[in-house]
Design a protein around this ligand. Structure first.
Ligand code: ARG
Length: 577
């Protein structure tokens, strides 16, 4: 049920009947305050201007023509020409009933799109760092939300698995293997990378060998290919453990690394040359873009092939965009990459569009995010200034959650249940802290805030869920016995019910904009409305059977909405805590 769409349609019809052009927008929004009704239509003012009519007069005409019977029980004009719409509790109650019986809480089926989502994208032989956590967590919420709505989502893990550094990595892997004459130790990928680099910088023979391996690898040499595979596999096997711990839906099948596009690159460069988009410049191949000016005001040159014949990150992203449209059949492509790569993406896409690789009907969207900062407001680092390993971060989250839970709940003795709970809360806290902030800004990583039981945090939301769930368990109520229709008599019932019916509106926003924080804010609001409903409207001891039944149904829809909503965020729930 999408009330906003329904009302938009109705108000648009009335606007058109009142003389507005067919493309006029009703501008229906959820009202910010109860006194303005449940929804507001703000479109009258701009239409009145176009028609040269006093807005209040137009508003009156629209209200006259507006047929909201069975939907609203009051429509008011406010201020210069706002239309405030108050939903009819009978309408709201009936839709609570259908949300409880329809699949997926009654959300409207979508016309399925193919959506490619580029996220996580760690680099081979390197630890995942904080930038990758944000991409991984936020991207996975976008994946889950779009899939829940019914779209076909293709997860694309654009792993950094190609480039000149592989010569040095292969040479070092070879060295380690020769020395250990057995198992290689890649457990510490950061260390491995550092050591490879050190050898490369300090040992001339090693560097020579490394450079040779780059050429061989690119030429498809079997030995180099195998060594490269090993590096990729070991890295991705480690990352997979992290994905599993994080309850992230990526699997090894979703890896579509940079190497995938390698064979396309020569063709892309010659095609861009043939189309007159790319030109030779001192031995390199460059695309000049009028859209991007350098310091001197001249069109910026984007190198797509270096003098030595090597290709660049941009060349790969041009090919990648083409592949996602042409081969994967994408209608939309969402990129969860930090904001520092914005210009890079814009350049790659501008070139891809100019070359006709991706039509304008296919959206390429950079859903960027800011940096993760420490409490001091500086980039998040270990105490000694190193990069924070993701696995260490998760270990710490679990430790802290265990302390918290055992202090709060000492009687919880079942080891298995405790582990499950600690995991849900610890991992949930890290994820939720990130998801609940607007992604475009930097965010401060703060253990105390994210593990607090008050405020918009994972523990609060998970606890709120258990409170609702416990109503049914304590009273041993079979939800199938709730057969009477919902009747809303109290304001608090109606407020909660209306908010619950807005679930689809929020899902739609998250799916469109890639902003999971709007879902967090919504769920937090639902939890708050439930609390105040629960406090003021007795459920099991309701005054009569009609109210008891209705309130139980409201509790049930609250429970399902919280669970489903948290699930679209990748946050686990538990039945008690
Ligand atoms: N591997 C890159 C990094 O660590 C991110 C790749 C993002 N995806 C893309 N299509 N460029 O910064």
């Amino acid at each position: 049920m999408n009330i906003q769409s329904l009302l938009s349609e109705k108000v648009s019809q009335a606007l058109i009947a009142a003389g507005a052009s067919a493309d006029s927008e009703a501008q229906v929004r959820q009202s910010a305050k109860a006194q303005f009704g449940d929804y507001q239509a703000n479109g009258v003012m701009s239409v009145a201007k176009k028609l040269g009519m006093p807005p209040r007069q137009l508003a009156e005409k629209v209200v006259e023509l507006l047929d909201l019977s069975g939907i609203a029980n009051k429509v008011e004009i406010a201020g210069p020409g706002f239309i405030n719409i108050f939903l009819d509790p009978a309408f709201v109650g009936a839709h609570v009933d259908s949300a409880l019986t329809a699949p997926k809480l009654g959300i409207t089926p979508v016309e399925p799109q193919t959506i490619v989502i580029d996220y996580s994208a760690p680099n081979v032989a390197k630890e995942m760092h904080v930038g990758h956590i944000r991409s991984t967590i936020i991207g996975d919420a976008a994946v889950r939300t779009n899939e829940f709505l019914g779209h076909k989502v293709i997860r694309a893990n654009h792993v950094g698995d190609w480039g000149t550094q592989f010569g040095m990595l292969i040479a070092y892997l070879e060295k380690v293997q020769n020395e250990n004459a057995g198992d290689m130790n890649l457990a510490d990928l950061e260390e491995f990378y550092r050591a490879a680099k050190k050898n490369y910088d300090e040992d001339e023979d090693f560097a020579l060998r490394a450079r040779g391996y780059v050429v061989k690898l690119q030429g498809g040499d079997e030995y180099c290919r195998q060594m490269w595979r090993k590096l990729v596999d070991v890295t991705m096997a480690q990352n997979q453990l992290t994905y599993n711990r994080l309850n992230v839906t990526l699997t090894e099948d979703d890896v579509m690394g940079e190497s995938l596009y390698n064979d396309m690159l020569p063709g892309i460069v010659s095609d861009l040359q043939a189309k007159g988009l790319a030109v030779d410049s001192e031995g390199a191949v460059v695309v000049y873009l009028d859209e991007y000016k350098n310091k001197d005001g001249d069109p910026m040159g984007v190198i797509i092939r270096k003098k030595d014949g090597g290709y660049l990150y941009t060349t790969t992203d041009i090919a990648c965009a083409k592949y996602r449209y042409e081969t994967l059949g994408a209608d939309r492509v969402l990129y969860y990459i930090d904001s520092r790569q914005h210009q890079h993406l814009m350049q790659a896409w501008t070139i891809a569009r100019k070359a006709g690789y991706v039509p304008d009907s296919v959206a390429l969207e950079h859903h960027m995010f800011g940096m993760m900062l420490g409490k001091d407001g500086k980039p998040f680092k270990t105490r000694s200034g190193g990069t924070v390993k993701l696995s260490d971060l998760l270990d710490e989250a679990i430790d802290r959650a265990r302390k918290l839970i055992t202090e709060k709940n000492p009687e919880l003795k079942d080891a298995e249940e405790l582990d499950k709970l600690v995991n849900a809360v610890g991992i949930g806290a890290i994820k939720y802290a990130d998801l609940s902030k607007s992604r475009t800004t930097d965010y401060i990583f703060d253990w105390d805030n994210m593990l607090a039981f008050e405020g918009n945090t994972a523990p609060y939301m998970q606890y709120a869920y258990t409170r609702v769930a416990s109503i049914f368990k304590r009273a041993d109520i079979d939800v199938n016995s709730l057969t009477q229709p919902v009747v809303l008599r109290e304001e608090r019932e109606a407020a909660l019910a209306t908010r619950l019916l807005q679930f689809e509106e929020v899902l739609t926003v998250v799916a469109r904009e890639g902003t999971p924080h709007t879902m967090c804010a919504y769920l937090y609001d639902v939890a708050g409305l439930f609390s105040s409903f629960y406090e003021h409207c007795p459920i099991l001891n309701a005054e009569d059977e009609t109210s008891r039944n209705s309130r139980l149904k409201l509790a049930l829809l609250t429970q399902r909405t919280l669970k489903t909503g948290l699930d679209t965020l990748g946050i686990e729930t538990v039945e008690r805590m």
